[in-house]
Design a protein around this ligand. Structure first.
Ligand code: UFG
Length: 340
C-alpha cells in the first residue's frame, strides 16, 4: 500500500483489557489499522479472538511490557505508528493504597517509555486514559474540567501525575497533540456477550459485584451506606456504557489529529444514578434477584459524582447514547457467559 492511501495506524497499549478491547473494535470498524500491545497482566488472550469475531477484521498483536524500551522499539521500528491510545496501567484503588510503589513505578514507567519512544519516532498524537478521580472532592455537582484537582490514593495520583507529564511534554513540543479523557464510571459489556469485564477475585466495583450476586457466585451485595444526601440515601455515580466510552476514544483521536497542544475532557453521561436505582434496573431488565443488605459507608466514598459533559459535546461532538438498562443487560449477558 502506498504512503498516500495508507490508513492511520493506531497503537493501543492495554488493548486486550476491558476498555481497550472495546476501543479496538471501534477503531477496526472505522477502518483504522491497529497494533495492540499488552502483557496480559489484567487481561486475557481470549479478548483478542473476541475482537476478531466481532469485527471480522485483523490487527497486529505484540505481547510485552510498555515500560520496556526494547519492546517499544520493536513496535515503532516495525510499524509506522500515527497515534497512540494509552490504556496500559494498573487500576485498582485499594491495591494502590497497599502497594503504592508498584503503582507509581508501573503507571509512570509505561507512560515515560511510551513518550520517549513516540518522540524518537516522530509520533505526536496520543489519547490518554485518565479518570474523574483526578478531581478534588467537591460538594457541588457536576464536575467541570476546570474544577480543582486533588487525589486521595496512589492510583488517582498516577493519573494526575501523568496528565501533568503530558502537559509539560506538549508544552515543550509544538507538534504534540494529546487528549486526556477523564472517565467517570465505565460499566457494561459488548452487546455480543463476547467482551466484558471479569475482574480477578472479589470485585471492588459495583456492577461486576452485582453480576456475581445475580449469577449466584456471591450471596449478597453490600450497599455501602444509605444515609447520604441523595435521592434514596445511597451513593450516586455517573455510569457510562463501555461501548459509548470506546466511541469517545475515536472522537478524541479525530480531535487529536486536527489540532496541537493538550486538552482534558470529561467522558460520562452527565446523569447520577444511585446504587439502589442500579439494583432495581438490573433486576427488572434481567429478571433476576439481587439480594442486598445495607452496611456501613465505605471509607473514602463520596455521596455524589457526575460529569458536566458539555465540553465533550462541543469539542468532540460526543454524547453517550446507552442508558442504565443497556448497561445492566449487557453486563449480565457477559457475566452469565464468562464470569467464573
Ligand atoms: N458500592 C456498593 N457496594 C459495592 C461496591 C460499590 O454499595 O460492593 C457503591 C459505592 O459505595 C459507590 C458506588 O457503588 O457509591 C460505585 O462504586 P464503584 O466502586 O463501582 O466506583 P467508584 O465510584 O468508587 O470508583 C470509580 C472507579 C475508580 C475511580 C473512581 C473515581 O472504579 O477507578 O470511580 O473516579 F478512581
Amino acid at each position: 500500500m502506498s504512503e498516500t492511501n495508507r490508513k492511520p495506524c493506531i497503537l493501543v497499549t492495554g488493548g486486550a483489557g476491558f476498555i481497550g478491547s472495546h476501543t479496538v473494535c471501534e477503531l477496526l470498524n472505522a477502518g483504522y489499522d491497529v497494533v495492540i500491545a499488552d502483557n496480559f497482566f489484567n487481561a486475557k488472550p481470549e479478548a483478542l479472538d473476541a475482537i476478531r469475531e466481532i469485527t471480522h477484521k485483523d490487527f497486529v498483536f505484540m505481547e510485552g511490557d510498555v515500560a520496556d524500551h526494547e519492546f517499544m522499539e520493536k513496535i515503532f521500528s516495525a510499524h509506522k505508528i500515527d497515534a497512540v491510545i494509552h490504556f496500559a496501567g494498573y487500576k485498582a484503588v485499594g491495591e494502590s493504597v497497599a502497594k503504592p510503589l508498584m503503582y507509581y513505578r508501573n503507571n509512570l514507567d509505561t507512560t515515560l517509555t511510551l513518550l520517549e519512544t513516540m518522540k524518537k519516532y516522530g509520533c505526536h498524537h496520543l489519547v490518554f486514559s485518565s479518570s474523574a478521580t483526578v478531581y478534588a472532592e467537591s460538594e457541588s455537582m457536576p464536575l467541570y474540567e476546570s474544577n480543582p484537582l486533588g487525589t486521595s490514593n496512589p492510583y488517582g495520583e498516577t493519573k494526575r501525575m501523568i496528565e501533568r507529564i503530558l502537559g509539560d511534554t506538549a508544552h515543550a513540543d509544538k507538534d504534540a497533540s494529546f487528549v486526556c479523557l477523564r472517565y467517570f464510571n465505565p460499566v457494561g459489556a459488548h452487546p455480543s456477550g463476547l467482551l466484558g469485564e471479569d475482574p480477578n477475585g472479589i470485585p471492588n466495583n459495583l456492577m461486576p459485584f452485582i453480576v456475581k450476586v445475580a449469577t449466584g457466585k456471591i450471596e449478597k451485595l453490600r450497599v455501602f451506606g444509605n444515609d447520604y444526601d441523595t435521592v434514596d440515601g445511597t451513593g450516586m455515580r455517573d455510569y457510562i456504557h463501555v461501548v459509548d466510552l470506546a466511541k469517545a476514544h475515536l472522537a478524541a483521536l479525530e480531535y487529536a489529529f486536527k489540532r496541537t497542544g493538550i486538552d482534558y475532557i470529561n467522558i460520562g453521561t452527565g446523569n447520577g444514578t444511585s446504587v439502589l436505582q442500579i439494583v432495581e434496573a438490573f433486576k427488572k431488565v434481567n429478571h433476576v434477584d439481587v439480594p442486598y443488605e445495607i452496611t456501613e459507608r465505605r471509607p473514602g466514598d463520596l455521596a455524589k459524582v457526575w460529569a458536566d459533559t458539555s465540553y465533550a459535546k462541543r469539542v468532540l461532538g460526543f454524547t453517550a447514547e446507552k442508558n442504565i438498562e443497556d448497561m445492566c443487560r449487557d453486563a449480565y449477558n457477559y457475566g452469565v457467559k464468562h464470569m467464573k
